[in-house]
Design a protein around this ligand. Sequence first.
Ligand code: NAD
Ligand code: GLY
Length: 360
Amino acid sequence: MEETVSAVDVRLGARSYRVSIGSGLLASLGDFLKDTGLRGKCAVITDSTVGPIYGTVVCESLVRAGFLPVSLQVPAGEQSKSLSSAGELCERMIAAGLDRHAFVVALGGGVVGDLAGFVAAIYQRGVPYVQVPTTIVAQVDSAVGGKTGVNAAHGKNLIGAFHQPRLVLADVETLRTLPAREFNEGCAEIVKHAIIRDRALFDSLAKFDRLDSRALAGLIERNVAIKAAIVSADEHETTGERALLNFGHTVGHGIEAAAGYGRFLHGEAVSLGIVAASLLSMKKAGLSQTEHEAILARLRQFELPTRLASDVSTETILTALRADKKFDAGQVRFILTPRIGEAFVAKDVTLAEIRETVEA
Ligand code: NAD
Ligand code: GLY
């Protein structure tokens, strides 16, 4: 396999790290890790779909480079992003003799990345980890930025920690085995990045050819650069800049929780959330009807849902939304866009307005 690599740096002082992006990088993971200062034993945490496809190439690469990997699998799917899975993984790591000098490799999509990152954050009071993302969602979003965690019964990602990885290795060839539905859901996060930050990216998506590896790597790199810049400016989401990445997620998380984890893929729920945010942006931020329709067209291009099924109850969505981290002292921090390429945090969006939009 041809190996071409581009890099984006996430600049966070002593916690800075590099995201390497290219084709055919998995077999060189061990070599990439040599420069990180990591040594010895590691837990390769993956899921029951990704493990059988990529587990061997990753573990062989680690062994060739002198590491001692232990492979740990969880069932594929959002259900594994739970406190009980995290606890079980910690117990298995203790049983495998991994001490506080060990590290974690997260091999998989956003579920594995968030879960394994969280395990790394709490294991022996914190060990290093590296992200090897294998979905679009994970490569353009979840593997970068250090948000780790699991779901609670009351809502998404309510239990977690900030813990930055030491390195992220995004091999775009892994995206070739991603089923079409999972590929498309990831594009919701790309549309999100384009809407909040990059009009040219938004326009270029209309011509995107997923079979072109070079174009795919370029697209991932551009999205990682957007995410890295935002994370570098506001690591812990305190100034409002990182909150922009929640565009479409306020209602999206509510829909995921209300519909039951597993019915919608994360990106599908986010797509519906983007439609809600776009409708509210027309009402509250002056987004034009033409741009709203362009947003709908871009989501439909990736076969993403733009209408909510009538059996998902508005009340349940609003209940989940009240439990969300973005619901602050009775007010929702809602991200709006006045025009494609720009976004801001609005504090005057009411629950009544959200209810009206979801019902619409
Ligand atoms: P996922 O990890 O469940 O992956 C989707 C499916 O694709 C799974 O069945 C998985 O086994 C399979 N898969 C993964 N890679 C594959 C490959 N290369 N070939 C074949 N099959 C493959 O879901 P996801 O969409 O990647 O991530 C969603 C999760 O990410 C959600 O829990 C969401 O909350 C989280 N997330 C976190 C952040 C963050 O900043 N931490 C950002 C966005 C999303
Ligand atoms: N995915 C949102 C964030 O990383 O802040």
